[in-house]
Write a protein that binds this ligand. Structure first.
Ligand code: LHQ
Length: 267
């Protein structure tokens, strides 16, 4: 599929998807939603992709739903037709978030600028966030009378705690990069001009890691958010059974014995 609104770049096992509507701060119109879902699914399927980076072109990461795009507006309150909010979420945003959360490889958001509304949710759905020092996170929904969506009600309290999540959702105030780091929402904060280099350093390292084990780790942690300890312990044992039979485990142990660096293939 040739894309109009996303750019794709591959290097050393890392795929970078760049949201590319800089004139609208990479807000989601219908084309961008469709293309991003397609690009995410393609990255999930492609075994040569061992780490995914999502970033934005220009000065923003993503300003959420394109508020000027009339094709996605509910024409009347309570509408459940193709123009309804619930349909838009169920058909477009929710699959986008689920594809990232269930993709069994690491996904890094390189947050180059403002991440607002569903654009903030997109950043929250990624596994890790490398953040430019001038970037901000905005739960913009309340400013226009909406409810946090695209996973924000689930992901934000888990990342920053319920009290802070509710404060951000109730006020819509921007969260700066430094505070995001303190709260654990950002994994690292770097000067804007160093963002892509810093992200690629991390991404290429993760692309050389045992991808199967990383995928199973993500699966286990996703599930552990929802279950009791006994069930989490049981699931860990199942995941370890799979990882323990992988070629990368054999390689990891051989490398340890031979006192050399492992050469993981992702299998
Ligand atoms: C935009 C946008 C934008 C279009 C900036 N759309 N053009 C919603 C509905 C339906 C179903 C599913 O779920 C959702 C989820 C959501 O995402 S709701 C939240 C939608 N997003 C927002 O409410 C954020 C709106 N934008 C802003 O608050 C500001 O633009 C931010 C804080 C992001 C950036 O502020 P500034 O840096 O001051 O930039 P700006 O406001 O001057 O924007 C620059 C341009 O980008 C401007 O266009 P123009 O032609 O005047 O230069 C904006 O209109 C455009 N833009 N966000 N979401």
């Amino acid at each position: 599929m040739a894309y109009e609104t996303v750019l794709i770049e591959d290097a050393q096992g890392v795929r970078t998807i760049t949201l590319n509507r800089p004139q609208a701060l990479n807000a989601f119109n219908e084309t961008l939603k469709d293309e991003l879902i397609d690009a995410l699914k393609a990255a999930a399927r492609d075994k040569s992709v061992r780490c995914l980076v999502v970033t934005g072109a220009g000065r923003a990461f993503c300003a959420g739903q394109d508020l000027k795009d009339r094709s996605d507006r509910a024409d009347q309150a309570g509408s459940a037709g193709p123009g309804s909010f619930s349909a838009s979420l169920r058909d477009k945003y929710n699959p986008m978030i689920m594809t990232i959360r269930t993709m069994e490889k690491p996904v890094i958001a390189a947050v180059n600028g403002v991440a607002a509304g569903a654009g903030c949710s997109l950043a929250l759905a990624c596994d890790l966030r490398v953040v430019a020092d001038k970037a901000t996170f905005i739960q913009a929904f309340v400013k226009i009378g909406l409810v946090p969506d695209s996973g924000a009600t689930f992901l934000l309290p888990r990342l920053v705690g319920m009290g802070k999540a509710l404060e951000l959702a109730f006020t819509g105030d921007p969260l700066d990069a430094g505070t995001a780091l303190t709260l654990g929402l950002a994994n690292s904060v770097v000067p804007g001009e160093a963002l892509l280099t810093a992200t690629m350093d991390l991404a290429t390292r993760l692309a050389q890691a045992p991808t199967r084990a990383i995928g199973l780790t993500k699966r286990a942690m996703n599930r552990a958010l929802l279950v009791d300890l006994e069930s989490a312990l049981d699931y860990e044992a199942d995941m370890q059974e799979i990882a323990g039979r992988s070629p990368d485990f054999a390689e990891g142990v051989s490398a340890f014995m031979e006192k050399r660096q492992p050469r993981f293939t992702g299998q």
